[in-house]
Ligand binder design. Sequence first.
Ligand SMILES: [Zn+2]
Length: 448
Amino acid sequence: MKRTIIKNAQVVNEGKITTCDLLIVGERIEKIASQITDNQAEIIDAEGHFLLPGLIDDQVHFRDPGLTHKATVYSESRAAVAGGITSFMDMPNTNPNTLTQQLLEEKYAIASKNSLANYSFFMGINQDNLEEALKTDNENVCGITDDGLYFSNDKGILANYPDYLDLLFSRTDTLVALHSEDDSIIRNNTLKYREIYGDNIPMDLHHRIRSEEACLTATKRVLDLAKKHNNRLHLFHISTASEANLFDNKTPVREKRITAEACVHHLWFTEKDYELLGANIKWNPSIKSQGDKEGLMKALIDNHIDIIATDHAPHTKEEKSGNYFKAMSGGPLVQHALPALLELYQQEKISLEKIVEKSSHNVSEIYRMIDRGYIREGYFADLVLVDLNNIWKVSSENILYKCGWSPFENQTFKSKILKTFVNGNLVYDAGVFDESIKGHRLKFSKIR
Ligand SMILES: [Zn+2]
């Protein structure tokens, strides 16, 4: 088995930063100590650099199968490992939508051949496939979700159907992850602005249409139901400060029955950025105010919000253009999420330890992942080595997404991803990929 020593890295893990050596044997971390010598091992000198557990992104749309003109598991997992993300969980709004166990397994088969990162795929749920969704295997599938399915079905956001949610929550012990916005409020807001502007609603009104009220109303409704059933609920991409305050911050993350997530774009952009970036920052839920951005960061720090994800959702440049109604919602993010978070660290908004807790440790905890999410002896060697003093600029030459653009284009970052290990394999090394070894299907403990 291959042996590698990472020497003198500043290891960011479990609330501490420690300078030490790390021995990888095969797929796993064999030893962590202040000094390790091993004659057979290849040595990587990491002096002055920081070693983090690879990020675990629980919300991506890699578009495979059926929408591969936007992205594929191959192209986006490549961008993910270049961005320090070593595991991802993908959404069911591929084509066909992932609404049967067979379609779900077909996605795993695609990933086993093409994914450079570790992977899991959510089982999709809508109002027609309850029995099928309930068959989901907790140990081999991350959870069930409605996220993104509203693009193909008017009744797609389950948060709007309390009776159905009541039934679902009463019958499942699988983690249910939801997209939470109120359709009727969004519809009324859309009508109001359409009367004024026709099809050419200014893009900066997106956050008045997909408004704070739409988020808060749906989230309150869903939380009331989940508290009644005490089922395992996770809410994706919380975008407002007022919702963030609805979540408990007293219970340790592993014991929480309800968990919440913030996304990198909601921690970075505000409504002021619509003027310059237009549809490139059109997301659902929308980018909101400065107060929301600051409130979300505060909620991460004080543990009302448990994890950080990307909601990586690529569209082609053409699909992102046209009027308010034509330009699609969503944008690519996996390659730039960690550099953006490290930039927020350098702006003193969040510590390195907290970044690691929210993007790796806690994701592992809330999904009950097996042997990942920490830098520990015996765990899989999913690692990212970063240089916090290596300035670079996002440009069309270094964007790896199949869609070829990024909402961060022309942004200068101070931190650079140097190397990424997935299961002990150095898959990304200063711009060069080792594509010979693919990622693993993620495993979870049965009881969530
Ligand atoms: Zn969503």
